[in-house]
Design a protein around this ligand. Structure first.
Ligand code: NAD
Ligand code: MG
Length: 296
């Protein structure tokens, strides 16, 4: 186990490329990642920074969402996790770790592309946890293309619904439950700032998410609700082998200044910071966590 808190060479702290070739069907599972990812299962230590909070985390079964669920649970928050029904096994495993410090963990599978489900997800969360303080939107898709010939209207419509419409749908449903001090957190990407040619559709959604964050922060400021985002660089999660070809997996993370991908646990504290009152004067910001690569 890597000691999360001990100073060490950040470029060597976690696995570096080359990686073994590996592909997974969408949406992917943590159990087929080789090497396994570190979500803080053994290393993340809570210190009561989210004591008593109630959080809804989308994409909470795997990858970044799993790391955030574990961190939030250990910081004292009760959490509801959303994911797709076929990800039940990942979600149950995440619940085990997120709840190991005594937090309540509610599992609410369902498709974010379905408007009615988004409202239902919020209501089920409030019913299960007794309220809502933290709306953490991490779930997302990442289709890749090799050229404009691949552009597919149906794929793009679904991508927009999952990555962008759901922010509006969930926030609209959550608003009446959120009290002053509540925090909304979005998940953009380095792709929203420095896009790759094969990820143009995805990059558009991630730029949109960062802009949504800036605008919504101003809209909700008078309600005492903060809105911030996180823009990850390359992270070792099931999204990658289920979305990008093997030649990219083998060299995954080599493009980062650190020369390696991030592990999901390296993002937990950024979400905890934005959720907690430590960041009470911060709103509308998107924090880049990219292994040293500039985002502009
Ligand atoms: P992941 O595959 O573990 O998580 C993505 C999750 O999105 C899935 O677990 C799934 O539950 C959810 N999801 C997908 N389609 C859905 C739908 N229709 N309805 C409900 N849920 C759905 O991978 P991850 O890398 O942890 O991804 C989390 C977020 O981080 C995504 O928004 C992704 O765009 C973003 N991100 C990832 C990276 C990276 O390199 N891994 C980089 C930048 C941004
Ligand atoms: Mg998953």
């Amino acid at each position: 186990m890597v000691d999360l808190y001990e100073p060490q060479d950040v470029t060597k702290k976690y696995p570096q490329p080359p990686f073994k070739p590996q592909q997974q069907p969408v949406p992917g599972t943590i159990f087929q990642m080789d090497p396994p990812a570190d979500h803080g299962e053994e290393s993340y230590k809570g210190s009561g920074r989210l004591a008593g909070r109630k959080a809804l985390i989308t994409g909470g079964d795997s990858g970044i969402g799993r790391a955030v669920a574990i961190a939030f649970g250990r910081e004292g928050a009760d959490v509801a996790l959303n994911y797709l029904p076929e990800e039940q096994k990942d979600a149950e495993d995440t619940a085990k770790y997120a709840g190991d410090g005594g937090a309540k963990v509610e599992l609410i599978p369902g498709d974010l592309a379905d408007e009615a489900f988004n409202a239902e997800l919020v209501e089920k969360t409030v019913a299960a946890l007794g309220g809502l303080d933290l709306l953490v939107m991490i779930g997302g898709r990442m289709p890749t293309v090799s050229g404009i010939e691949d552009f597919d209207t149906e794929v793009f419509d679904n991508l927009l619904k999952v990555n962008v419409h759901s922010l509006f749908w969930l926030t609209k449903a959550a608003k009446r439950h959120l009290k002053p001090g509540a925090s909304i957190i979005t998940t953009s990407s380095i792709q929203g700032f420095v896009p790759s040619p094969t990820l143009v559709e995805y990059a558009v959604t991630k730029a949109g998410i960062a802009n949504w964050t800036r605008a919504m922060a101003q809209q909700l400021a008078e309600d005492g609700i903060r809105v911030n985002g996180v823009a990850p660089g390359p992270f070792w999660t099931p999204l990658q082998p289920s979305s990008v070809p093997n030649e990219k997996i083998e060299e995954f993370g080599a493009e980062a200044a650190y020369g390696r991908p991030g592990q999901p646990v390296e993002l937990s504290s950024t979400y905890v910071y934005l959720a907690s009152q430590d960041s009470s004067y911060t709103s509308g910001e998107t924090i880049a966590v990219t292994g040293g690569t500039p985002t502009h």
